[in-house]
Every structure is written in C-alpha cells, then in structure tokens.
Design a protein around this ligand. Sequence first.
Ligand SMILES: Cc1cc2nc3c(=O)[nH]c(=O)nc-3n(C[C@H](O)[C@H](O)[C@H](O)COP(=O)(O)O)c2cc1C
Length: 183
Amino acid sequence: MPIRIAAFCGSLRKDSANRKLLNTCIELKPADMIVEVVEIRDLPLFDQDIMDAGTNAVVKTFRDKVAAAEGFLFVTPEYNYSVPGALKNAIDWASRPPNPPMFAKAAAILGASPGPVGTARMQYHLRQVGVFLDLRFVNKPEVMVGMAPSKFDAAGRFTDETGRGLVKDLMANLGALVVKLKA
Ligand SMILES: Cc1cc2nc3c(=O)[nH]c(=O)nc-3n(C[C@H](O)[C@H](O)[C@H](O)COP(=O)(O)O)c2cc1C
C-alpha cells in the first residue's frame, strides 16, 4: 500500500518559491508515496459556529482530505517570524473534534525565504503548534532554503544540488516515520 501524504503550501501567491519547493518534494518523493496537495485558500476563517453547524462544504472536503492522509508535509514561508495566517487557519480547522483529522500523525516541515535563515523561526513555531496536535515531526534533515530567489531557475526548478539531496532525504524520512508509527 502506498504511503498517503497530505501537503500544504503556506503561500497563496502565484510565483511562490514555497510552491516550487513543494513541487520539488513531489519530484523527489519515494516511489511508494502519494502526495496530495490540499489547498487552503478557500477555507473560511476558523469559526466554531461554522464547525458546529457542520454544513460548510469547503471545510468538510478539506477535513476529509486531511483525514485520509497518513502524514503531513508543510511547505511554507515565514511571516513575521512565524507561521502564515492562512496555514495556521487551515491547521485550526483540521485540529478540532469530532475526530480531529490532524492528530498524532507523522509530519515534515520545510520552507524557503529570500533571507539567510530560510524560515528557521517559523519552523520552530510550527513544531510548537504540533505539540498540541501530538504530531510526530521528522527532526532531520532540517530543510531551510535561504536566499530562495537565487535557487530556482526560470522554469521553477530548485537548482541547489545540496538542497535537493536534503529534500529527498526529508521525504524518505517522512515515509519511514509513517511506516514506523503504523507498525
Ligand atoms: C506578511 C509577510 C511577512 C513576512 N515576514 C517574513 C519573516 O518574518 N521572515 C522572512 O524571512 N521573510 C518574511 N517575509 C518575506 C517572505 O519570506 C517572502 O515574501 C517569501 O518569498 C514568501 O514565500 P513565497 O515565495 O512562497 O510566497 C514576509 C512576507 C510577508 C508577505
């Protein structure tokens, strides 16, 4: 059986470096892994009343896709030293009962930014959020793509060979962690 991963991109813009990095993850994933990109753009802002009504189709589809996944991949920029609001909102929707679909599963984080630290501060905030959700994060390698504009070519390909190796290792380790948690 293939390993099913739900992937989230924390940037909504068309020319997003993080979206390109997510495409690289798909390119370099293990053969026995399926990565479904779950879009977060159309989710409403979290509202417990909408949750309780249980009738919002966008929320239902989103939570069903998250529930079907065995692990998660977060590819996201850093906004004001933390997790972009759109991604945090999506996590909030996925975290609530009944049957919280984002709970106690494997997860991996990576990110790209134009600055030198490559989303490091955001990554540790996201790990903290994951504590409440009992997510089991892949710890190594840490993939923090700094100076991002210089690392993608005109076709959107991630050209940093060391970085590509780290992405490949991260995806392999995510797959291995899913298998370990299921055993
Ligand atoms: C609201 C906002 C806050 C930002 N805060 C940070 C930050 O704290 N650290 C950082 O390195 N870059 C920051 N940036 C710059 C982003 O890293 C940059 O826009 C990046 O390219 C976004 O990723 P994307 O190319 O995937 O859209 C911020 C950008 C925005 C729009």
